[in-house]
Design a protein around this ligand. Structure first.
Ligand code: ZN
Length: 376
């Protein structure tokens, strides 16, 4: 195939035997043997955090450090073919310009808006969770309905594009809020044209989120057939993050941390991984729309690991081309960005070139040769 780009847009896509007369000043790039892939969408990311085996500790690093981390992540994302990142939580920190405590990723969004080499991002602000669940000081805590509603409203006032609720409670077997409390937040957000997503590690929280009408569930590590059937009916998105279990399994060899190297730890991780794969498989079979993300920063992956997640989705039963769709067009649908994750005539030249065929082999996504928005 041949593809003509002008001023950052795709002019046409044609068989290379049918190019016709090319513009006189055209610069021809011989991409022989490579495959054109739409710029991907990492639908679950944390741009201000670095990831790695000490990912939780890194959240407490000083804001200047985390803003530098974000720039490195921006580089890694682009080089890996990721054009869009959906940031689902960043620490609260004082903004040096006005002293207001706001989610750090809001500043990153501002910085990157004017830089075409950086990913385009949508930002959830900070996590909203029940006390006793998230590391102190980095997130907003809300222990009842009114506090939850106030936290949600503050995030939107700060400029968050959407809201991120943390639906795991202090007790594993109880959701942190009632369905009515969460529904009130959904109504508030929708009234202000913002969406609501929810972290869901356990079934009890997932049920509350689904019943309350959240727009998407993150992780969904413990879903059952009833939950996925309702998600499919309501068109609730699932954002899968299965590769974190692959990452943790690798730490059994590369770290000395007991939770990864002990027999007990390995067994616990293997069990959770199995249950999580089953959940995604159930969602897939039920026809739930599945977008996907690395959870880099908020989990242990790094910003250039989205290919790992596409591989993990294939393990959960998606065809390779469906898994690639989760990392491209489905992510665009979730963001409400119709042009994200697609290559069309007249659309932005947001694509990259890999070796191999990602429609049949997800590992091809690791072999990036050239990125249009970086290399021209
Ligand atoms: Zn996360």
């Amino acid at each position: 195939m041949s593809l003509l780009v002008d001023a950052g847009h795709v002019v046409w896509i044609r068989p290379s035997t049918d190019e016709g007369d090319l513009p006189p000043d055209v610069h021809v790039i011989d991409a022989g043997g490579s495959t054109i892939v739409p710029g991907m969408v990492d639908a679950h990311s944390h741009v201000t955090l670095p990831g790695g085996s000490h990912w939780i500790d890194r959240g407490a690093d000083p804001p200047e450090e985390l803003l530098a981390v974000a720039e490195h992540n921006g580089d890694l994302l682009s080089r890996a073919g990721v054009r869009w990142a959906r940031d689902v939580g960043s620490p609260l920190a004082a903004d040096p310009r006005d002293g207001r405590r706001r989610a750090l990723a809001l500043r990153v969004r501002e910085r990157w808006r004017s830089d075409p080499k950086r990913p385009m991002i949508r930002v959830a602000g900070t996590w909203i969770g029940h006390s006793g669940v998230l590391t102190g000081g980095l997130a907003i805590e809300a222990d009842d309905g009114p506090a939850l509603l106030k936290a949600a409203s503050t995030q939107l006032d700060d400029g968050a594009d959407f809201l991120k609720l943390y639906l795991d409670g202090p007790k594993k077997e109880e959701a942190p809020w009632s369905t009515e409390d969460v529904r009130a937040v959904v109504e508030l957000a929708h009234g202000r044209r913002a969406k609501v997503t929810a972290h869901s590690g356990f079934l009890v929280g997932a049920r509350v989120g689904i019943d309350a009408g959240v727009d998407s569930l993150e992780h969904g590590f413990e879903l059952d057939s009833e939950a996925v059937a309702k998600m499919a009916r309501q068109r609730t998105f699932l954002v899968s993050t299965l590769a974190i279990f692959r990452s943790w399994a690798s730490f059994a060899q590369t770290t000395t941390l007991p939770r990864f190297v002990s027999d007990e730890g390995k067994e616990r991780i293997a069990h959770r991984r199995e249950r999580a794969i089953e959940s995604v498989h159930l969602a897939y079979r039920a026809g739930v729309r599945i977008a996907t993300g690395t959870d880099f920063g908020g989990g242990s992956l790094r910003a250039n690991h989205l290919a790992w997640e596409v591989e993990a989705l294939v393990e959960a039963g998606l065809k390779p081309w469906e898994a690639l769709a989760s990392a491209t067009v489905r992510g665009g649908e979730l963001l409400g960005e119709g042009k994200a994750g697609r290559i069309v005539e007249g659309g932005p030249a947001d694509f990259f070139l890999v070796h191999g065929d990602p429609l049949t082999d997800p590992t091809a996504l690791w072999r990036v040769w050239r990125v249009a928005w970086l290399d021209g």
